[in-house]
Design a protein around this ligand. Sequence first.
Ligand code: F6R
Ligand code: MG
Ligand code: MG
Length: 389
Amino acid sequence: MTKTTLTVIKADIGGFVGHSAIHPDLIVKAEEELQSSKDKGQIKDFRVLWVGDDMALVMTHDKGENSKEIHKLGWDTFVEGTKVAKKLKLYGAGQDLLSEGFSGNIKGMGPGCAEMEFEERTSEPFIVFLADKTSPGAWNFPAYKMFADPFNTPGLVIDENMHAGFEFDIMDVKNNKIITLKAPEESYKILAFIGAVETYVIKNIRRRGDKMPSATMSTDKLSLLAGKYIGKDDPAMIVRCQSGLPAVGEVTNPFAFPHLVPGWMRGSHTGPMMPCSFEDSNPSRFDGPPRVIGAGFQIAEGMLVGPRDMFNDPGFDNARQKANDIADYMRMHGPFEPHRLPPDQMEYTTLPKIQKEVKQRWMECSDGPSTKDLADQHAYQATKDDELE
Ligand code: F6R
Ligand code: MG
Ligand code: MG
């Protein structure tokens, strides 16, 4: 049985307009590039997808995971796209290409990468989920529901192929560590970690017993990689479905609940994840709300059949309505938490600068400054401010 590798590489190489969407010329360019490598036999097939201001290259090939050749192809495609973006002066052209040149593996260079090698089953349905304006921890909730919650996935109870459960590789993205925990017996431990979505992120899910690769996520933390704010990583996730894995409907159902995720405006706010059709994946209200699309495929000898636009279904209308209601509610908080993220989770913040400006004006609380002390300090500061003007 031949193995197929599915590689999804995703990057923001320039927004149109601002960070809201992608310009069609970038898609055309990427399709030209990938078509020419398909013609050369380098890849078997490809599709260029997008969500918000991110472009995703979905490629099939036989070169396995972490192939230098395939990662370089992804990188070079984004470099060519960036040239178009620069010409059109699109916003943040090339923003996710953090390195000057390709160095062997796309991981750690800016773009997000989710990939999986598998033996094609008799029929191989899978869904590529792409999100914009959020971080990889956004997948924790829906992925847990799909593979570990029988209230979402009756197959865990009814289909004996799933009875043994699934194992979860969970990354500690801040300390660069990884652990494997097993559901159902370690599900409380799994939840203890993955509930902290900015620190613990599900990387892979396998079926117990035969170790069948079932799901994989991009986990590249741009902010940590760049050492400063560049943009939220806007993650990708691949989920295989059916025949002893969660059914397509069990995989899409968690998104009927628009759970709260970190991201949105300036990567610094909590907001609902809205499932939407390809056509509606243009976050323009307060640069959001965060969005997810689902691109469904079948695969036949490495050739992609699809995509089907999985959230283009009135079955998700209530989720979208609810997401809009939650967005209204959260927005009413303005700059207050929990709408605004806590300082250590904001992607960029002016707080250190403001802290520095008022550094001298903080007084010790322990000896209880009197209201007079505080008023005097205020008067003193007012004089200083007058002097400065
Ligand atoms: C969030 C995002 C946007 C920008 C915002 C400000 O991930 O990309 O919300 O943070 O539009 O962008 P700049 O600082 O480029 O003006
Ligand atoms: Mg952007
Ligand atoms: Mg984006």
